[in-house]
Design a protein around this ligand. Sequence first.
Ligand code: NDP
Length: 266
Amino acid sequence: MTDRYAVIGNPIAHSKSPRIHALFAAASGQDMTYEALLAPLGGFAATARGFAATGGRGANVTVPFKEEAFRLATRLTGRARAAGAVNTLVFSDNEILGDNTDGAGLVRDLTVNLAVAIGGKRVLLLGAGGAARGVILPLLAECPAELLIANRTAEKAHTLARLFSGSTACSLAKLAGREFDLVINATSAGLTESALPRLSFTYAPNALAYDMVYGKNTDFLRQARAPGARAADGLGMLVEQAAEAFLLWRGIRPETMTVLTALRGT
Ligand code: NDP
């Protein structure tokens, strides 16, 4: 019988995940379907349980349900526990496993697709929401020289730095005079098109500016290109986190570069 998977979110119509997983399944010869499920606000658990009860084998979870998915899981991976959020569920007869593949997806996009080594680099992480929290542990595992978390609401950045030893924190205003090799924008400013404050740090030669938001020439990317930094959006992270979920479900890590090229072409 064909195995069923889904992505659950609200809104969900815009999601690229069904296309990504259809391309993975076709390339790796997997007999599976992958659909987009709109869950009502307040109705995530019922939607996920209903999907599992009708034969769903696993699901990706997106905005705004990653914390509800964390609570729904009956077992968590270490990286999901560290992230405090779940983006991948695996349904079986006696448990719901919750994982978080966002951080692994980001690190793989940086180190493999963009060929940026993180070890020994000065890394600035902008933002202290769910996406930032999910990537801190995988970034620290690469042994950067520094991982500084800066957020508009500074206290949230300090809370994360207290949770993750090896990272430090400050407000956006305290970045003046600092230089970084890798700057990751994990704020939602580009998505919501709310203005990002003018950032006063400098980019080191050959630095990379990475915006988790994809498919948009965001204010953050524009600010980075002006002094000549290399810039990348988060489409590679999206494809790589999907590949990690596919690996968990199917035991196969699909090839991602063809999928990334196909998505960039449309
Ligand atoms: P949250 O709502 O949890 O956090 C938003 C963060 O952005 C907060 O730190 C907030 O600061 C900050 N922020 C929002 N607007 C501004 C602004 N105008 N200026 C400065 N800071 C601002 O969102 P998430 O962490 O869940 O998601 C963040 C982004 O990451 C989203 O755009 C999402 O689409 C993207 N993402 C991409 C993925 C991918 O695969 N490419 C995967 C996961 C997320 P404050 O605390 O002060 O409010």
